[in-house]
Design a protein around this ligand. Structure first.
Ligand code: FES
Length: 170
């Protein structure tokens, strides 16, 4: 059975083929992951923060699809040179717009990228006190979605292992 190609924008295809800021950052100030290694959709974001205020560099590693690579590439471009607070405010819809839109089944790929960025920002402030007033205590939509996906992948893996154990014991 052949599958119809997804309606990716030309920008997504271009960024997928030539992503910007791809790769681990050896001297990152902070990094974070989102997604699940169980299903393969996982992304890591690395940030270099200068003067306790500005993201001077950002990079990513992605084991996700073309949409994930493209949105992560775009997001790392968007946050470069921004104050941490400004970068925090970038939502997945904004990133999706910048890549020319995402097919509905690929919304989560952009959400994961932003989820990873926000986790990196939280990690940066984890041991700092006081926390900035703009940093919400509750997880944002993108962080919750990333967590839901991780929990779902764990549950699927648990069920697969359980059914494998049952068939092995027959
Ligand atoms: Fe999961 Fe794109 S990252 S399908």
């Amino acid at each position: 059975m052949s599958r119809a190609p997804l309606p990716y924008s030309s920008r997504i295809l271009e960024l997928f083929k030539n992503p910007k800021n791809a790769g681990k950052m050896a001297d990152a100030t902070v990094s974070a992951e989102a997604g699940s290694p169980v299903c393969g959709d996982i992304i890591a974001i690395y940030l270099k923060i200068e003067n306790d205020a500005v993201i001077s560099r950002a990079s990513f590693e992605s084991y996700g699809c073309a949409a994930n690579i493209a949105t992560a590439s775009m997001l790392t471009e968007m946050v470069k040179g921004k104050r941490i607070e400004e970068a925090w405010k970038i939502g997945w819809k904004e990133v999706a717009e910048e890549v020319g839109g995402l097919p509905a089944v690929k919304f989560h790929c952009g959400v994961l990228a932003v989820g990873a960025l926000r986790r990196a920002v939280r990690e940066y402030f984890r041991l700092r006190s006081p926390k900035p007033a703009w940093l919400p205590e509750q997880d944002t939509f993108e962080e919750k979605q990333a967590l839901d996906e991780e929990n779902l992948a764990k549950e699927l893996s648990r069920r697969l292992n359980a059914s494998k154990d049952r068939s092995d014991s027959k």
